[in-house]
Design a protein around this ligand. Structure first.
Ligand code: NAD
Ligand code: TYD
Length: 354
């Protein structure tokens, strides 16, 4: 049995589905079902006894103690977080609570539980902390991609809160010996991605004939990875990673935002032509994000060298799968576009995205 936190979100949900599809052992999925958590992502697991869903908060220590004592997991995979940079700019408080206090509470509960295990179970136990490349800050165009030793320079409330949680996880390994693994991944894309992030927002808006907002000059660069490749990397690190080590995960796929938006338009134009013309007509350059990091890029050689992991999808194959998935699942999209979602779009884009 393993315990997953945040398994109703984008990456956690994909991880849970992949884990069970790959024949993994049973798991407890603890998720608070914030606006970003969606039980429909897990609908295909209905009736599967290997999936135990628990609606709860990682800040709730008595709940964590009860779950650990009852299910006695051999590992915790910690995805739960507030994850959207723009939301962290509008309201950082929830990021401090979930990402920092929540990770602290989970580490403390894990440590107390781990101390009750026998020597062999203590050695085998793993706490896998899922983090982001954003903690390293922004790269200049001529700088080498982020390696694991890159200094921490978080620039947004989101990345600062993730950086703080990374430091806690590291300290719980060094101080208490808790067997912590940490991974830092670049921007993910794929099925079940909430349409507040660039790629799903572009797909959903383009299909509805709405504006495609591009921040600033559109030349900010991200390193994009298909979510299934990230999930497999986490499985590999959980199975073979060395406690106390961090592993950077990336697609080797640096692209500007404007090229991403154009690529999505081109795929939609091919797969679902619009009589009104190419979706590129919907692109609108809008006000830049405050403190917008210019470039992220990942050096993923360590996980390749030590664990043999490499991405399987190219950007072209992964994006095609993603666009097809959104075309095939209009009901999932309609359901996540709740009142709360529309409120966010109005608040952040001032009507431009609606
Ligand atoms: P997401 O926002 O889609 O999902 C987060 C999930 O956590 C949701 O299901 C939400 O309900 C749950 N959650 C939030 N607060 C909670 C709390 N207090 N207690 C319990 N559950 C809570 O995020 P995501 O994109 O799937 O990201 C998952 C993890 O991966 C995060 O830690 C994020 O920092 C990291 N990450 C994301 C990316 C990316 O491109 N999305 C890249 C690298 C790392
Ligand atoms: P996002 O998907 O929010 O991920 P992150 O900020 O974690 O990298 O944004 C990806 C890039 O796309 C980022 O440079 C901001 C930009 N962006 C836009 O240009 N328009 C948008 O509407 C959004 C949501 C993002």
């Amino acid at each position: 049995m393993i315990l997953v936190t945040g398994g109703a979100g984008f990456i956690g949900g994909n991880f849970v589905l992949d884990w069970l599809a790959a024949g993994g052992e049973a798991l407890v999925n603890l998720d608070a079902l914030t606006y970003a958590g969606n039980p429909e992502t897990l609908a295909t697991l209905a009736g599967d006894a290997r999936h135990v869903f628990v609606h709860g908060d990682i800040c709730d220590r008595p709940l964590l103690d009860r779950l650990l004592a009852t299910h006695r997991p051999r590992a915790i995979v910690h995805f739960a977080a507030e994850s959207h940079v723009d939301r962290s700019i509008h309201g950082p408080g929830e990021f401090i609570r979930t990402n920092i206090e929540g990770t602290f509470t989970l580490l403390e509960a894990a440590r107390a539980y781990w101390n009750t295990l026998d020597a062999a179970a203590r050695r085998a136990f793993r706490f896998h902390h899922v983090s982001t490349d954003e903690v390293y800050g922004s790269l200049r165009a001529d700088e080498a991609p982020f390696c694991e030793e890159h200094p921490y320079q978080p620039n947004s409330p989101y990345s600062a809160s993730k950086a703080a949680s990374d430091h806690l996880a590291r300290a719980w390994f060094h101080t208490y010996g808790l067997p912590v693994l940490a991974t830092h991944c670049s921007n993910n894309y794929g099925p079940f991605h909430f349409p507040e992030k660039l790629i799903p927002l572009t797909i959903v808006n383009a299909l509805a004939g709405r504006t495609l907002p591009v921040y600033g000059d559109g030349l900010n660069v991200r390193d994009w990875l298909y979510v299934g490749d990230h999930c497999r990397a986490i499985r590999d690190v959980l199975a073979q990673g060395r406690p106390g080590e961090t592993y950077n995960i990336g697609g080797g796929n640096e692209m500007t935002n404007i090229d991403i938006v154009r690529a999505v338009c081109a795929l939609l134009d091919e797969l679902r032509p619009d009589p009104a013309g190419s979706r590129e007509r919907l692109i609108a350059f809008v006000a830049d994000r405050p403190g917008h990091d210019r470039r992220y890029a990942i050096d993923a050689r360590k996980i390749g060298r030590e664990l043999g992991w490499r991405p399987r999808e190219t950007f072209e194959s992964g994006l095609r799968k993603t666009v097809r998935w959104y075309l095939d699942h209009p009901e999932w999209v309609a359901n996540v576009q709740s009142g709360a979602y529309r409120g966010w779009i109005d608040k952040h884009y001032g009507g431009a995205g609606t």
